[in-house]
Design a protein around this ligand. Structure first.
Ligand code: ADP
Length: 446
């Protein structure tokens, strides 16, 4: 096992990884930008190293500085968390070149599953259901028009290297498809340094269901079942839950089995998430694979009892996954509310600044993953998420009631947060019934 691990991230996930390291007897080295220099979680690390100024490009996204910090601290491994460099094959490669273990997949496996076009091919070859659409990146307009005519409108143009919901174009007819293709490719080039785009069938009504996977270096893979993340705003998840309500578990199990096969065949080691859209007939279509730990991993931890962050460390150190598929049992229901420093009453405008009041919920079945303490100043440089409230109970209904109870105990000020939105959602009758689609929240907020 590793003696010392560098955490190439910040905020709640840095703290989450630090906690896992502590319990495993591993020293943690946390990096920080000057914007985070007073962050309280840094004191919990065995060592903290400044890697540059506030802008992420000069700190958390700067590979050379992170590797330098890792060498200074003499660590055995680097955990990238989520976001920042976590899905960059060049970072995984840089770690390999410097003989530091990257806690995540090899650059090859990351490339194969992280690139959307490559991933779709791999998925198809392993029997994972994907959207009908172009097999390869689209080379010319006529080809796109042909494919679209075959699968039928509406279609969506997506960047092969895309992420964060950026650069996607929905086209309802040939005219828009023709006019948007070049724009999409240019935008993809500007945003991701890769202009490759492809098209697939666009689903008007869909749910977002994803499967948590673990693969190891010995050719084993297991699935920790699914999460439903349909409540989204601007492609950002707002509430996630597990298990998914009102779902055909037999069909789900089949998809899980083929996803596990794909992970094995891609020689994938670490935590991964296969994201799917589910149509109203209950058919699954794979969107992409996220080659890292997800923000919403705690809901799966709560219902399976498997510590996904510890597993990622264990796997990177060369151990086998200590569970067989039959050991994975679902216990109860869990839900996560992402608490963001944004004002839902005013168009979700960012609300950075000092948090004087931070009164947090507790009691049975309540978990709070957050790096905030009273007096913490939310920097304006980064993501607005300041914590995740996770609740667990025997049934979905009890879980919703528990979430409502916990949210009532949660008081934050003077900055504004999304707590009032969550309070509204856990009482919402459509959401309580289960199975809302990915556009539900935007319709509700209109
Ligand atoms: P990104 O990597 O940029 O997040 P995804 O492929 O995961 O891109 O898609 C992000 C979101 O865009 C999905 O959660 C869904 O809301 C919407 N989307 C993507 N592809 C489709 C599709 N074929 N049909 C309907 N909605 C889609």
């Amino acid at each position: 096992m590793f003696k010392r691990v560098l955490i190439a991230n910040r905020g709640e996930i840095a703290l989450r990884i630090m906690r896992a390291c502590r319990e495993m007897g591993i020293e943690s080295v946390c990096v920080y930008s000057t914007a985070d220099k007073d962050a309280p979680y840094l004191k919990l690390a065995d060592r903290a190293i400044c890697i540059g100024p506030g802008p992420a490009k000069e700190s958390y996204l700067n590979i050379a500085r992170l590797i330098a910090a890792a060498e200074i601290a003499d660590v055995d491994a680097i955990h990238p968390g989520y976001g920042f460099l976590s899905e960059r094959p060049d970072f995984s490669q840089a770690c390999r070149d410097c003989k530091i273990e990257f806690i995540g997949p090899s650059p090859e496996a990351m490339q194969m599953l992280g690139d959307k076009v490559d991933c779709k091919k791999t998925a198809k070859a392993n029997g994972v259901p994907v959207f009908p659409g172009s097999e390869n990146a689209i080379e010319d307009e006529e080809e796109a028009v042909k494919v679209a005519a075959k699968i039928g409108y509406p279609v969506i143009i997506k960047a092969s290297a895309g992420g964060g919901g950026r650069g996607m174009k929905v086209c309802h007819n040939e005219g828009t498809l023709r006019s948007q293709l070049r724009v999409a490719s240019q935008e993809a080039m500007a945003a991701f340094g890769n202009g490759a785009v492809f098209i697939e069938k666009y689903l008007e009504h869909a749910r977002h269901v994803e499967i948590q996977m673990l693969g190891d270096k010995h050719g084993n893979a297991i699935y920790l079942w699914e999460r439903d993340c349909s409540l989204q705003r601007r492609h950002q998840k707002v509430i996630e839950e597990a298990p998914a309500p009102n779902i055909d578990r037999k069909r789900l199990e089949k998809v899980c089995e083929s996803a596990a096969k794909m992970i094995v065949n891609a020689k994938y080691a670490g935590a991964a998430t296969c994201e799917f859209l589910l149509d109203d007939k209950g058919d699954f279509y794979m969107l992409e694979v996220n080659t890292r730990v997800q923000v919403e991993h705690p809901v799966t931890e709560m219902i399976t009892g498997v510590d996904i962050v510890k597993m990622s460390i264990l796997i990177a150190s060369g151990e086998k996954i200590p569970y067989k598929q039959k050991d994975i049992k679902i216990n109860g229901h869990a839900m996560e509310c992402r608490i963001c420093a944004e004002d839902p009453a005013h168009g979700f405008r960012p609300s950075a600044g000092k948090i004087d009041k931070w009164e947090t919920p507790g009691g049975p079945g309540v978990r709070l993953d957050s790096h905030v303490v009273p007096g913490y100043v939310v920097p304006s440089n980064y993501d607005s998420m300041i914590g995740k409230l996770i609740v667990h109970a025997d049934t979905r209904e009890q879980c919703l009631d528990r979430a409502a109870r916990a949210l009532r105990e949660f008081h934050v000020g003077p900055i504004k947060t999304t707590i009032p939105l969550h309070q509204r959602l856990v009482e919402n009758t459509d959401f309580r019934r289960g199975g809302v689609d990915i556009h539900y929240l935007e319709r509700l907020l209109k």
